[in-house]
Design a protein around this ligand. Structure first.
Ligand SMILES: C[S@@+](CC[C@H](N)C(=O)[O-])C[C@H]1O[C@@H](n2cnc3c(N)ncnc32)[C@H](O)[C@@H]1O
Length: 254
């Protein structure tokens, strides 16, 4: 199937949203991501979180005193995030834009930081959509502002598809998705499409996501094409490229 023929929109299901908290494990996520974010966000104040999800990162940053605007286009996730914010006694500021339309709604240079974490850009399949989203993230940043975007280790998926689909899937469980109750694993790996299955080990409940697997170097070239010039790569939150990492993060400055 060609890259342009798959789909042009995101989707989540209630089953996925219900499993998400146990898949992430909020506390464990910040054991490894907390220091990375603290360093990057130091001296910066206005954060646009492009994908709120269940509220994990927004609630963490609001508690730390950042001025956070969170975007969530999916009402299932924003409802869950609001419930979680109530439990944590913080007030979310939520917008609900499709990334590809952000420039129609937000001013240029409004934010110091744009966060697109949790392997989210991969919801978009078409190159023009990925680029439009990245250009829009750049648009809302002020000069010197940063976009922090991540992706899974898709080159590992693509190079080891047969082995992985037989059950030999390497994942440390230490980064981003750290839960021990709900596990995620690829159940389909094609050149232009990965299907992830999420399963609650206790109840057997399952949910799925269909995602676009970036090739090695693809995210970097997209960021450059979107107009970012100074880009730093991290592997599992450490500067540099490490072949066996679970996630890659990119910090791109405007
Ligand atoms: C994998 S979830 C990650 C959520 C959260 N950042 C985390 O790390 O747990 C991906 C998020 O991207 C959002 N998303 C996907 N495509 C989008 C689009 N075109 N515009 C805006 N948000 C989108 C989804 O609604 C979902 O909240």
């Amino acid at each position: 199937m060609g890259r342009h023929e798959i789909k042009d929109h995101f989707y989540n299901t209630q089953a996925l949203v219900d499993l998400w908290g146990d898949f992430i494990d909020w506390e464990k996520r910040f054991l490894t991501m907390g220091g990375f974010l603290d360093e990057l966000l130091s001296g910066r104040k206005k954060v646009f979180e492009t994908c709120l999800g269940d509220g994990c990162d927004a609630i963490h940053l609001l508690k730390k005193g950042f001025d956070v605007t969170s975007n969530e286009v999916d009402s299932l996730f924003s409802k869950k995030a609001r419930e979680n914010a109530d439990k944590h006694d913080v007030m979310l500021k939520v917008t609900g834009f499709d990334w590809r339309e952000i420039d129609k709604h937000l001013f240029e240079g409004e934010f110091d930081v744009a966060l697109c974490l949790g392997n989210s850009l991969t919801y978009l399949f078409r190159k023009e959509d990925q680029l439009k989203a990245l250009r829009n993230f750049r648009h809302i940043l002020n000069d010197g502002g940063i976009l922090v975007v991540d992706e899974r280790n898709y080159p590992y998926f693509l190079e080891n598809a047969a082995k992985i689909l037989k059950g030999d899937f390497r994942y440390s469980g230490k980064y981003m998705y750290c839960g021990t109750k709900v596990h995620g694993r690829p159940v389909e790996i094609e050149e232009n499409k990965v299907v992830m299955e999420y399963e609650d080990g206790g109840t057997g409940k399952k949910a799925y996501l269909v995602l676009y697997p970036f090739r090695k170097g693809e995210m970097l070239s997209l960021l450059k094409e979107a107009g970012f010039s100074k880009i730093t790569t991290y592997s599992d939150f450490k500067k540099g490229y490490e072949k066996n990492a679970d996630f890659y993060q990119y910090v791109a400055e405007k």
